[in-house]
Design a protein around this ligand. Structure first.
Ligand code: ZN
Length: 244
């Protein structure tokens, strides 16, 4: 089986469409595994949810998904993120709100645990350092954990004895999973933050026992124009050009 692994779409329809087209060119997938933050920041929350729902998929909740349905206090969000979150709440249709309300925090599928932030704290915790990742290896039972939230493609490998290593996710080459214990972030679809503005995603191939990481350019100007039209904060549109 082949699965598309995506995170942090953030209402960026142009980026999501580019990823789905690229996946088709690569032979398609049977299922989509989405790691949360389908909405927030971007201009097309309803359209992104509807497009995702056209596919066989599983999805966990992210902080922006919960922010948009009023399930968490967004006073911790920075002012631009909070303003986009309030706009998203107003914009969401009833069916789309209901969809977000039904998203679980954690899903276990095959040998993978799916969460948005971290297995210890699925909504809020960023996994960016070995000190936080090391602790989190004790919070899931499968060999692999897939996370989003930081919008940075990376992986942590448990080396036993409570230690772990941090490295980038290899691009276009197979990451062999056999015999390993890993936390993997496929990067962000709709708002990459590693200095590369191209949408980031991964494909898991269960027959090969490998994960592939890919980047694909999308029409950033289209998303920026839609954001301007909807009165979303300018800084949120500008950052897309820089992958930050
Ligand atoms: Zn996010």
């Amino acid at each position: 089986m082949r699965c598309l692994v995506i995170a942090d779409i953030h209402s960026n329809l142009a980026a999501l469409e580019a990823v789905l087209d690229d996946v088709e060119r690569r032979g398609g997938v049977e299922e989509i595994w989405c790691l949360g933050d389908v909405v927030g920041y971007g201009p097309d929350p309803n359209e992104c949810i509807r497009l995702l729902r056209q596919y066989k998929h599983i999805c966990v909740a992210g902080n922006h998904d919960w922010g948009a349905i009023g399930r968490i206090d967004i006073s911790d969000f920075n002012p631009d993120a909070a303003s986009a979150c309030r706009w998203t709440s107003r914009e969401l249709g009833p069916g789309e709100t209901q969809y977000l309300e039904g998203l679980p925090l954690t899903i276990c599928r095959e040998d993978f645990t799916l969460v948005h932030g971290s297995p210890r704290e699925p909504i809020w915790e960023y996994l960016l350092s070995t000190s936080s990742a090391r602790i989190n290896f004790a919070y899931f039972k499968t060999n692999f954990c897939l996370v989003g939230h930081s919008h940075i493609p990376l992986m942590f490998e448990s080396t036993g004895e409570g230690q772990c290593l941090l490295s980038g996710l290899p691009l276009n080459t197979p990451l062999n999973l056999e015999g390993r214990r890993l936390i993997i972030n496929p990067g962000g679809v709709g708002q990459p933050r590693d200095g590369d503005p191209r949408a980031s995603y991964a494909i898991y191939d269960s027959d090969e026992g490998a994960i592939y990481h890919y980047r694909i350019p999308y029409d950033i100007a289209v998303t920026q124009q839609r954001m301007a039209k909807r009165g979303l904060p300018l800084s949120l549109a500008e950052r897309l050009s820089f992958g930050w």
